[in-house]
Write a new protein. Structure first.
Length: 703
């Protein structure tokens, strides 16, 4: 509850907000991710889903639907990054349409007209609407906002009506998905044997000593590994080295940075404007006309943060004075003028804990009051206010410690405002305050302040001039023109002193090259137009021109050695090191004797309460095989064989095992297993159906 008396009229926007949320629910999980709606190449096929070809036109229609929802929601067109997300949402929505619709039909799942009406205006309003159509005063669902919107829908424009029709389709799809997920989730069952095993896993303990010898105990130079061995390892572990289409690129970046002349020009201009602002009699007009920043003239109320560039550089300031120019962390120069300081509407800050009495009888209200009085007493006795707010608060402020922010008296209901504005000191108000919403415990954190400032600001960006950009492009263009192939590319870069940067295993859908963002056009060139050894023309990124060379291209399937050499080399080398460590430990009968073989690198520790269900060995890390081996030892004093884990070699000695106590009823363990499984069902079903649908994605050719 925000206690604001005026209900914000944001119904259309609020209903728009649910579009993207519903789309996320329908497709399930995190679906963020490509880039531009211009058709590239001659093919019209962007992918296949369950054997059905997805055409470029069908995909774009789905993109347009989601983009329309975004525009209705935000009132603006999506940015490039947001459009990237929208395209991925559209693709996932198509997968859902093609895969799940068949499932719904096979099971006979439907949503009737009556059910749909009930979802949007009946007794069972869907959660997405209830969460968005909230009365800011009460913090609760506001049916009046919904009724008002629906009543005005006939008089709304065609776009708004079309948008609502689209939302109804989403409502129906989300309800179908909910029915399907619930049907499968409630089918989860755990047997008594599974419950017994869960009890055993969680309540069986072992006391073990464990010797750990990391792989660095043997130097890399002591292990010889041939390419033939690396290739054999890949061949044996093909599933570990599945890759999609990828390329290796070399590139040279020609940075577009402001020169010394550019900096001097900006400094000179901002100084001239600062002097003109100092003598200006129309500060707001002058600042708005000359600034390149977002806030040329701003009124700051009590509680508003004054510009950091002003407060960090000036200890105290006076009306009419001009301060600056200052260099900002945004690579710009900024000047401020204090145009006015005056007493305006007072504002203060407080936090509260609401105990709601909405819809309660007098007896119910009395019970709530008694509870609130008890909590007030706890706070008076030392309970932290924020802790109490999080535990007892019944409105939207609870999770931020009850903080209401800065507010004017007229913003709040009368009973609340009168009490808070009457106090003379900060701190807890030692009585409950009753309003129409319930009982409040109030803590005043800032007394009323009335000082307002009007500040004129001029900001000029410190960026490269056209001349600087042209010079950077000239160098890049000349380099590209003289580099006819990858060898010439490297030779020319070496000759000119340019740095050649490698980007390896670049995925077909990648958007960045190393730490360079928004490099999608370069990646599209590599996959669609380039052949190995070819050099690109000049690409323009945000702060640089890029010339790239395609070093290698890989097809979908099992990775080549060049793609995964570093990873495979480490794994094969560690396997050999594990064998060498084991051979050095052979014949030793105690962990102490084994430690003596590797006194510097090895470590010997004890874990007295190792649980059978654990996968991490304290002080060592992830070691499921070693833990399993510990519980596989039969007798106290038994020592395991050396065990190769990803972190190194481990040897264990069993001191004692404490078996799980016998219990007669495993129902609670069965219930927990079934509940855990049901929570994963929706995601697992989505992944399984998508896998069975054999989805093929060629969108990288177009976007």
């Amino acid at each position: 509850m925000a206690l604001i008396k005026t209900i914000r009229q944001r119904t259309g926007l609020a209903i728009g907000v649910i579009a993207v949320g519903l789309m996320f629910f329908i497709v399930g999980g995190d679906i963020l991710s490509p880039n531009s709606t211009i058709l590239g190449g001659s093919a019209n096929k962007v992918g296949e889903i369950a054997g059905e070809t997805i055409s470029y036109e069908e995909y774009v229609r789905k993109i347009d639907e989601i983009r329309f929802s975004f525009q209705q929601n935000t009132g603006r067109n999506p940015s490039e990054n947001e459009l990237f997300s929208i395209r991925e949402q559209a693709w996932q929505a198509l997968i859902v349409d093609k895969v799940f619709d068949k499932q719904y039909a096979a099971l006979g799942l439907t949503v009737s007209d009556a059910e749909l009406v009930d979802m949007v205006q009946g007794k069972n309003i869907i959660a997405e609407l209830r969460q968005q159509l909230v009365n800011p005063t009460t913090g609760e669902f506001d049916r009046e906002q919904l009724i008002s919107f629906l009543q005005q829908l006939d008089q709304a424009g065609p776009e708004q009506r079309a948008f609502w029709a689209q939302q109804e389709q989403l409502f129906a799809k989300s309800r179908l998905r909910l029915k399907y997920d619930n049907l499968l989730a409630t089918s989860e069952y755990a047997t008594k044997a599974e419950g017994r095993m869960e009890h055993k896993m969680g309540n069986t303990f072992a006391d073990v000593d464990h010797l750990f010898i990391p792989f660095y105990a043997i130097s890399d130079t002591a292990v010889k590994v041939s390419d033939a061995e690396l290739k054999a390892y890949i061949s044996k572990n093909k599933e570990k080295f599945k890759v999609s289409n990828a390329v290796d690129l070399d590139y040279v970046a020609f940075d577009i940075l402001p020169s010394g002349e550019d900096s001097l020009a900006v400094i000179t201009e901002i100084r001239e404007l600062t002097e003109q602002l100092r003598t200006s009699t129309m500060d707001s007009v002058f600042a708005l006309r000359n600034t390149e920043g977002a806030r040329g003239f701003t009124t700051f109320r009590p509680g508003d943060d004054l510009p950091a560039t002003l407060t960090s550089n000036v200890e105290s300031f006076e009306v009419g004075e001009t301060y600056g120019p200052f260099l900002t962390n945004r690579s710009s120069y900024i000047t401020h003028k204090i145009t006015a300081q005056y007493d305006g509407t007072p504002r203060m800050r407080a936090r509260h804990i609401l105990f709601s009495t909405d819809g309660l009888s007098e007896d119910g209200k009395a019970e709530v009051r008694a509870n609130a009085q008890n909590v007030l007493k706890e706070i008076q006795d030392g309970l932290a206010f924020a802790t109490a707010a999080a535990q007892y608060g019944q409105d939207g402020t609870a999770q931020r410690g009850g903080d209401l922010g800065w507010f004017a008296k007229e913003d709040f209901v009368e009973e609340f405002a009168d009490v808070t504005y009457a106090v003379r000191n900060t701190g807890l108000i030692n009585r409950l305050v009753e309003t129409e919403y319930g009982y409040h415990i109030i803590d005043v954190t800032e007394l009323p302040k009335s000082t307002h400032y009007k500040i004129a600001t001029i900001e000029l960006e410190l960026g490269p001039s056209d001349a600087t950009r042209n010079e950077a492009f000239r160098k890049a263009d000349l380099f590209a023109a003289n580099s006819s192939n990858s060898k010439a590319f490297v030779d020319n870069a070496t000759k000119e002193g340019y740095r050649v940067v490698q980007a390896n295993n670049v995925d077909a859908f990648a958007r960045n090259l190393n730490n360079m963002q928004n490099a999608r056009e370069i990646i599209r060139w590599a996959f669609n137009d380039a052949s190995v050894g070819r050099v690109s023309s000049v690409f323009e990124l945000d702060n640089s021109y890029i010339v790239a060379s395609l070093r290698a291209k890989y097809e979908e399937g099992t990775a080549s050695l060049d793609q995964v050499r570093a990873e495979v080399l480490m794994q094969v080398r560690n396997e050999k090191k594990a064998e060498m460590i084991a051979s050095k430990l052979a014949g030793k009968t105690s962990l102490e004797d084994m430690l003596a073989v590797f006194p510097d690198a090895g470590s010997l520790d004890n874990t007295p309460d190792l649980r059978l269900s654990s996968s991490v060995l304290p002080g060592i890390g992830f070691a499921p095989k070693a833990i399993g081996a510990a519980f596989g030892l039969k007798n106290s004093g038994d020592i395991s064989k050396p065990i190769h884990e990803d972190v190194g070699v481990i040897v264990l000695k069993l001191n004692a095992i404490t078996p799980a106590a016998e219990v007669a009823d495993f129902t609670s363990f069965q219930r927990q297993l079934a509940q855990n499984a049901s929570q994963r069902t929706a995601y697992m079903i989505m992944m399984a159906l998508e896998d069975l649908a054999n989805v093929k994605d060629y969108r990288y050719k177009f976007f």
